[in-house]
Design a protein around this ligand. Structure first.
Ligand code: ZN
Length: 430
């Protein structure tokens, strides 16, 4: 089986890829600028009078950036779906909504064509992870308004795999379903993969001989953190692949068999990286995305709020698509400043996950004497974990240069997540 979903496009030389993107973008601009009130307003604000005035990448870079707050404002002003609609409402057949973990949820509509486009984008994700005909992909997910696994489910069809829905079951039932139906792959958040591993261990289920050889992780970044990945792979006896996507944007990032960072699907998206403060192009900074196949509800130059670092050199897999070192490194705005030192929660997670005895953790941030302080709550599963808090504190001090307080908490006392883990909590007072 070829490792590519679209061999010709995934290996296009850089110039040809840029030309192909431009052709797609110009077609999108011609369709949406006259018809989509949100885009019309936005582009007119920088003086554009017709889509034909967009002649090349310089013109593209003068289009305004789109902020999430604008989408929220627009949907508040034009309920319930906002004005970023190119066609009349009756042309749309799917509605989804963001999880709202970082603010007001936003809703997004898709046409039959853009829903097919979602499946196509997921085709790159699943085939990149080596999934194809003969695979049975399990989706341990309660199918609600969140888009991620719905689209993944469609993607399984796009690569010819059997899709197994895992809604309406608890974790133990899901393990039994996977065994009964011979699942070969699983698609879930990294947190949930670790949680299932914990449930399997507690019930004496041998996860690493279950037959699942591939895991694709969506909904949260974690799988790009080496210690998280190693832990999932050891527990499942499977290869874990990172994936990135957003309800309002699409499924844009995937990891190939080389597991060398997150590829951007540049045949369906345009990616830019900017310094979040100055807006200048950068190798490390905020990811700006535009999608090319969602004409009914497009997003152009969207500030994702995700921090990435562009990888050097070509990937061993042969794809020419852009690649981000270590996947999504964190949110631009979730950086903690602990006694003057900048720390991303993902760096703390990277350390905690190296300790196999720690099942779950929580980062508490609180203010003391006008300074951010961090307390790590560590939940120890098996064995004697008395030495762990001191050991974790020491690695954090050496590698990140900050002092944190680490305290043990009872087994099963911290929350578990099927979707969008929230392991950073701001407390008032100490
Ligand atoms: Zn690759």
């Amino acid at each position: 089986m070829t490792p590519f979903f679209d061999p010709a496009r995934e290996t296009l030389p850089a110039d040809a890829l840029r030309a192909y993107q431009w052709e797609r973008f110009a077609a999108l601009a011609r369709a949406v600028f006259p018809a989509n009130p949100f885009i019309t307003r936005q582009w007119r604000s920088v003086g554009l009078r017709s889509a034909g005035e967009l002649r090349g990448w310089d013109d593209f870079s003068r289009l305004p950036l789109t902020r999430k707050a604008e989408l929220v404002e627009d949907q508040t002003a034009h309920r319930p779906f906002g004005s970023n609609l190119t066609y009349p409402p009756e042309r749309y057949v799917r509605v989804h909504q963001t999880s709202g973990t970082t603010g007001t949820p936003i809703r997004w509509l898709d046409t039959p064509e853009s829903w097919d486009w979602w499946a196509r984008c997921w085709g790159f994700v699943l085939r990149g992870a080596g999934i194809g005909p003969g695979d049975r992909v399990f989706f341990p997910f309660s199918f609600g308004l969140f888009i991620g696994f719905w689209a993944g489910f469609e993607g399984a069809r796009a690569v010819g795999a059997l899709a197994i829905p895992g809604g309406g079951q608890d974790s133990a039932q899901r393990l039994a379903t996977m065994e009964a139906l011979g699942a070969t792959a699983i698609c879930c958040t990294p947190s949930y993969a670790l949680h299932l591993a914990e449930v399997a261990r507690d019930r004496g289920v041998k996860l690493d001989t279950l037959g699942v050889t591939t895991a694709v992780h969506a909904g949260e970044p974690g799988a790009g953190i080496p210690s998280v990945r190693a832990r999932i792979e050891a527990a499942w006896g499977a290869r874990a692949h990172d994936h990135a996507g957003m309800t309002e944007m699409g499924a844009y990032g995937f990891e190939c068999a080389a597991q060398a960072g997150l590829h951007v699907n540049e045949s369906e998206f345009i990616a830019e990286v900017i310094d979040p403060v100055t807006g200048a192009p950068a190798r490390e900074g905020e990811l700006i995305l535009s999608n090319l196949g969602r004409l009914g509800s497009p997003l152009v130059r969207y500030r994702t709020g995700d921090r990435v670092q562009v990888a050097d050199g070509p990937c061993g897999c042969g794809r020419t698509f852009l690649r981000f070192e270590g996947g999504i490194l964190g949110r631009v705005d979730d950086m903690l400043i602990v006694r003057g030192v900048n720390v991303f929660p993902s760096a703390i997670e990277g350390i905690v996950r190296r300790f196999p005895e720690i099942d779950e953790f929580l980062i508490e941030v609180y203010r003391r004497a006008e300074m951010d302080e961090v307390r790590l709550l560590l939940e120890v599963g098996e064995g004697d974990g008395r030495h762990l808090p001191v050991a974790v504190q020491e690695v954090v001090r050496v590698e990140l240069g900050i002092r944190v307080e680490a305290v043990p908490v009872p087994a099963h006392s911290l929350p578990r997540y099927e979707l969008k883990a929230r392991r950073v909590v701001r407390r008032t007072g100490g």
